[in-house]
Design a protein around this ligand. Structure first.
Ligand code: ZN
Length: 124
Protein backbone atom coordinates (compact mmCIF):
# COMPACT_ATOMS: atom_id res chain seq x y z
CA UNK A 1 0.00 0.00 0.00
CA UNK A 2 2.50 2.63 1.12
CA UNK A 3 5.50 2.84 3.38
CA UNK A 4 4.13 5.40 5.83
CA UNK A 5 3.00 2.74 8.28
CA UNK A 6 6.38 1.04 8.12
CA UNK A 7 8.39 4.26 8.30
CA UNK A 8 6.55 5.58 11.34
CA UNK A 9 5.72 2.29 13.01
CA UNK A 10 7.26 3.42 16.30
CA UNK A 11 5.02 6.49 16.24
CA UNK A 12 1.73 4.78 15.72
CA UNK A 13 -0.52 4.76 18.76
CA UNK A 14 -1.27 1.24 19.82
CA UNK A 15 -3.24 1.07 23.05
CA UNK A 16 -3.04 -2.41 24.50
CA UNK A 17 -5.85 -4.73 23.54
CA UNK A 18 -7.68 -2.46 21.16
CA UNK A 19 -5.27 -0.52 18.96
CA UNK A 20 -6.07 2.85 17.41
CA UNK A 21 -7.98 3.57 14.24
CA UNK A 22 -4.65 4.05 12.48
CA UNK A 23 -3.15 0.80 13.75
CA UNK A 24 -6.28 -1.12 12.84
CA UNK A 25 -7.33 0.39 9.53
CA UNK A 26 -4.24 2.22 8.26
CA UNK A 27 -4.36 5.51 6.38
CA UNK A 28 -7.81 6.76 5.42
CA UNK A 29 -6.65 9.11 2.70
CA UNK A 30 -5.89 8.86 -1.01
CA UNK A 31 -2.38 8.72 -2.49
CA UNK A 32 -2.18 12.42 -3.41
CA UNK A 33 -1.68 13.33 0.22
CA UNK A 34 1.03 10.78 1.04
CA UNK A 35 3.77 13.37 0.61
CA UNK A 36 1.82 15.88 2.73
CA UNK A 37 1.34 13.52 5.66
CA UNK A 38 4.95 12.35 5.39
CA UNK A 39 6.13 15.96 5.73
CA UNK A 40 3.75 16.51 8.63
CA UNK A 41 4.91 13.36 10.43
CA UNK A 42 8.57 14.21 9.85
CA UNK A 43 8.11 17.69 11.32
CA UNK A 44 6.34 16.27 14.38
CA UNK A 45 9.20 13.80 14.91
CA UNK A 46 11.68 16.67 14.61
CA UNK A 47 9.94 18.60 17.42
CA UNK A 48 9.20 15.53 19.52
CA UNK A 49 12.35 13.44 19.43
CA UNK A 50 11.32 11.43 22.49
CA UNK A 51 8.26 9.98 20.77
CA UNK A 52 5.60 11.20 23.20
CA UNK A 53 3.19 12.16 20.44
CA UNK A 54 1.70 9.10 18.78
CA UNK A 55 -0.37 9.07 15.61
CA UNK A 56 -3.87 7.68 16.13
CA UNK A 57 -5.87 8.45 12.98
CA UNK A 58 -5.13 10.02 9.59
CA UNK A 59 -8.12 10.67 7.39
CA UNK A 60 -10.00 13.02 5.12
CA UNK A 61 -13.06 14.80 6.43
CA UNK A 62 -15.17 17.45 4.69
CA UNK A 63 -12.45 17.74 2.05
CA UNK A 64 -9.57 18.37 4.45
CA UNK A 65 -6.87 16.36 6.17
CA UNK A 66 -7.41 15.32 9.78
CA UNK A 67 -4.23 14.18 11.53
CA UNK A 68 -5.13 12.92 15.00
CA UNK A 69 -2.59 12.12 17.69
CA UNK A 70 -2.56 10.68 21.16
CA UNK A 71 -1.01 13.24 23.49
CA UNK A 72 -1.44 11.56 26.84
CA UNK A 73 2.35 11.40 27.38
CA UNK A 74 3.05 14.94 26.16
CA UNK A 75 3.15 18.10 28.24
CA UNK A 76 1.15 21.14 27.21
CA UNK A 77 4.11 22.99 25.71
CA UNK A 78 4.97 20.11 23.38
CA UNK A 79 1.37 19.52 22.44
CA UNK A 80 0.82 23.19 21.52
CA UNK A 81 3.87 23.13 19.26
CA UNK A 82 2.73 19.94 17.57
CA UNK A 83 -0.84 21.22 17.25
CA UNK A 84 0.53 24.21 15.34
CA UNK A 85 2.41 21.94 12.94
CA UNK A 86 -0.65 19.78 12.36
CA UNK A 87 -2.93 22.78 11.66
CA UNK A 88 -0.44 24.05 9.12
CA UNK A 89 -0.59 20.79 7.16
CA UNK A 90 -4.33 20.43 7.61
CA UNK A 91 -4.73 23.88 6.02
CA UNK A 92 -2.30 22.97 3.24
CA UNK A 93 -4.39 19.89 2.39
CA UNK A 94 -7.13 22.16 1.03
CA UNK A 95 -4.83 23.10 -1.86
CA UNK A 96 -3.49 19.65 -2.80
CA UNK A 97 -5.32 17.21 -5.06
CA UNK A 98 -5.97 14.14 -2.95
CA UNK A 99 -5.75 11.91 -6.02
CA UNK A 100 -2.42 13.00 -7.52
CA UNK A 101 -0.80 15.59 -5.22
CA UNK A 102 -0.85 18.44 -7.75
CA UNK A 103 -2.24 21.85 -6.81
CA UNK A 104 -5.97 21.61 -6.34
CA UNK A 105 -8.93 23.25 -4.72
CA UNK A 106 -12.06 22.21 -2.90
CA UNK A 107 -14.75 21.26 -5.35
CA UNK A 108 -18.21 21.87 -4.04
CA UNK A 109 -19.79 18.61 -4.80
CA UNK A 110 -22.11 16.87 -2.38
CA UNK A 111 -19.04 15.49 -0.71
CA UNK A 112 -16.33 18.20 -0.66
CA UNK A 113 -13.08 16.93 -2.14
CA UNK A 114 -9.82 18.65 -3.02
CA UNK A 115 -8.87 17.91 -6.60
CA UNK A 116 -6.90 19.39 -9.49
CA UNK A 117 -8.66 20.24 -12.76
CA UNK A 118 -7.77 16.90 -14.26
CA UNK A 119 -9.37 14.99 -11.38
CA UNK A 120 -12.21 17.42 -10.84
CA UNK A 121 -14.83 14.86 -11.80
CA UNK A 122 -13.50 12.17 -9.48
CA UNK A 123 -14.64 13.59 -6.18
CA UNK A 124 -18.34 13.45 -7.03
ZN1 ZN B 1 -5.17 15.49 -9.44
Amino acid sequence: MNDFMEKYKDRIFYPEGEGSTLSKYGLQIKDGWLDLIDRCAAEICEIDKSGKIRFSQIKEKFGGLRFYTDNSLADMELWLKVREVISKYEKESYSICEICGNPGEVRNTRKPTVTCIEHSDMGK
